[in-house]
Design a protein around this ligand. Sequence first.
Ligand code: ADP
Length: 486
Amino acid sequence: MVCAEIAPWAKTGGLGDAVAGLSDALCAGGHDVRVLLPRYSHLAVPRGRPHTLEGLGGPFRLGEIEPEPIPPKPKRGKRAAPARQGAAQAPQRQPRPRIFLLELGELTADTVYTGDARDAGRFLHLSAAAVALSAADGWRPDVLHCHDWHTALVPVLQRLEPRSSIPSVLTLHNVGYQGVFADEILEEQGFATLEQVLPADARAGGGTNFLRAGLRAASRVTTVSPTYAEEITRPEFGMGLEDILSARGRDLLGILNGVDYGVWSPDRDPFLAQHYDAADLAPKRRIKEQLLRELQLGPELDAPLIGVVSRLVEQKGIDLLTLVLPALLSDTRATFAVLGNGDAPIAATLRAIADSYPRRVSFTEGYDEKLAHEIFAGSDLTVVPSRYEPCGLTQMYALRYGTIPVVRATGGLADTIQHFDAALGTGNGSVFRDADPQGVLWGVSTALAWYDDRATWSHLVGNAMAADFSWPKQVPQYEALYRSLL
Ligand code: ADP
């Protein structure tokens, strides 16, 4: 795995969770997985002697970090049901991927992304180091699995290193981020020779487009849900890459992301003070009570609490939610707990609404892993009004916590959430069609009407908590893909 993020060491969003979950699940299935990412300055220098590798753009210095063992499931509290069979066995130490950090010298930065040309240099070096690693004597991977634009140039760089002629998979976690840089960037970063093998259309539209280059060169391309795989072959979602994406035909595959229930499950969540499962939701209510207190929201415990955890960018449609918040606040009893960071205008709007309704709306600006877990556990509903969504993890997390997702029917949201049918008792959320304020308002109001009927709501919550999106369910699809390349 060659990537910019892996949770919990380096995570800004779903990419970090997805790489960690897939790598762990592959290891658990008996594969030898090694992960390469940059050593960001918040990550300690690994102990021991670094490995040194020669190659284009090198020499490269790699240190290895020791992954934390996966914690055993915590003991259940007094209220717990009798332990299930097998639970008394000693927890086994699960095999974990080996994680290597690449030293980047003066390009080292304390954030995962700098958002400027330094990113090009950092990820060019990372990609080149991966190629050098796969061409080195000793351990050789069967497949190089690259993620997003950051490492899309791996298969292009492989063309300059005959000893690295192994298959590559490029996974698209979001085609909205393509890594487009001034044409001089390759030369400036010491990679002028890459020009010889760069696909001509990587220069289309001015600038060098890392993702476009990789899309042509990778042996196979995957993305993180079946619906998104289809959507991105069309201009509406392809972000200018629809030509090459549709040209790759059957080489483009959509495999839904999984959830790491070792971290994202209310019966063992390491961030929660209390645990629960579908058999007893009383602790969920206490977590809600605590959350309302912590966020200084109103005392009405029975009013529906709507939690939102999101990057604040146009893609996520949080601006649409802000447009209908005043109506929802005046027409319903709903209370909102929002956690997010990103674009300043969206944050400013949220702050202004929270200031006007301090007992009904709380906005926490920033990135807070613990609060994210508490919001998923303590809320009754969550809203994901994305304009597009490659997979989306928060709706799947919410399901497990018995928190009902209200989502727009796009990408992975469409693949994971089915609109609840109160008469038939089927479905696990509220799904609306249009990315506009009316759509969001309809989706939320519909779910709030279900909330008001106790029997309906508890049936819906039961459906939500029964869903299983664990990684081991998805891994066979990756295995089949890897095998098809050998
Ligand atoms: P994306 O990768 O596009 O941001 P996903 O739904 O795939 O969207 O993944 C989002 C991940 O990032 C989830 O784990 C979510 O809990 C987390 N997250 C997003 N914003 C924050 C935040 N402000 N604080 C903590 N976690 C966040």
